[in-house]
Design a protein around this ligand. Structure first.
Ligand code: ZN
Length: 266
């Protein structure tokens, strides 16, 4: 898969919940990939040489190394997904991503380090970064200064690990408007958003992939993760801090929805 194909994948799959994951291949069955991905949402796809990464909202990453004969195919609904050589099928509404003849597949849990060969993508905020704030600030400094910060944070070549939910949530907590140009951020702002994103990602790991970023006041500790967020998914609802209605709009090449509070984020 080329980078151009990865862009198509992002356009077609990103933001879509999985409706079915299946495999009849024993080595996939032993990893319980279908069970582990149940209810997850595709975040994005990346290709690095023969390495292919599918990221999910939970923070899980499906890594496949295509070797000589492996191939991913996108099959629209209504066409037959050929069973010959099929290792893994992942369906979203309207489309199936089918992996053929590829024994090198692993599903990484949230926070589990990427294979060394792919760690060089951009500092992985969980696995590689020792100082997520400084690493994020340095990575953003290397970006096109005109790029919107909400778009840059989602680019896994800049820093890896931040998906669509964590993008909106960490920018809210940092008080940064997602539409600002990267070049307008101060060093402190850039570092702060990286630190906050890393903290949220770590919480997601502790919660085994369930994304909660907000706790209601007075909520007793030790309960199961609530799944509540500050702004993500709350379009039109009052900001939990200031009461201003939360806004949302598509951003970046893949047009991923960004949520933000126009009063709290500047
Ligand atoms: Zn607000």
């Amino acid at each position: 898969m080329s980078h151009r194909n990865a862009r198509d994948w992002n356009r077609l799959l990103a933001g879509r919940p999985l409706v079915r994951v299946w495999s009849e291949e024993p080595m996939i069955a032993t990893q319980r990939i279908p069970e582990r991905l149940e209810g997850d949402t595709v975040e994005g796809a990346e290709a690095r040489g023969k390495h292919h990464l599918l990221r999910f909202a939970s923070g899980r990453v499906l890594h496949s190394h295509l070797m000589m004969s492996g191939v991913w195919r996108l099959v629209p609904d209504g066409r037959t997904v050929s069973p010959h050589g099929l290792f893994l099928g992942l369906s979203v509404q309207g489309l199936t991503a089918a992996l053929y003849r590829c024994p090198n597949v692993r599903l990484l849990e949230p926070g589990e380090p990427l294979p060394i060969a792919v760690q060089r993508l951009g500092k992985d905020l969980l696995a590689v970064a020792t100082d997520p704030g400084a690493d994020t600030a340095a990575a953003l400094r290397r970006c096109d200064p005109g790029r919107q910060v909400g778009d840059a944070l989602m680019d896994q070549r800049v820093v890896s690990g931040i998906g669509n939910v964590y993008k909106s949530e960490s920018l809210f907590l940092a008080g940064i408007d997602p539409w600002r140009a990267v070049g307008s951020l101060t060093e402190q702002e850039a570092a702060r958003v990286g630190e906050l994103a890393a903290q949220l990602l770590e919480r997601g790991v502790r919660d085994r992939g369930r994304i909660s970023t907000y706790d209601r006041p007075g909520r007793p500790p030790g309960l199961r993760p609530s799944g509540e967020k500050w702004v993500y998914g709350r379009r039109g609802l009052p900001c939990r801090r200031c009461g201003t209605p939360v806004r949302s709009r598509g951003q970046g090449d893949a047009n991923r929805t960004t949520y933000w509070c126009p009063a709290c984020q500047r």
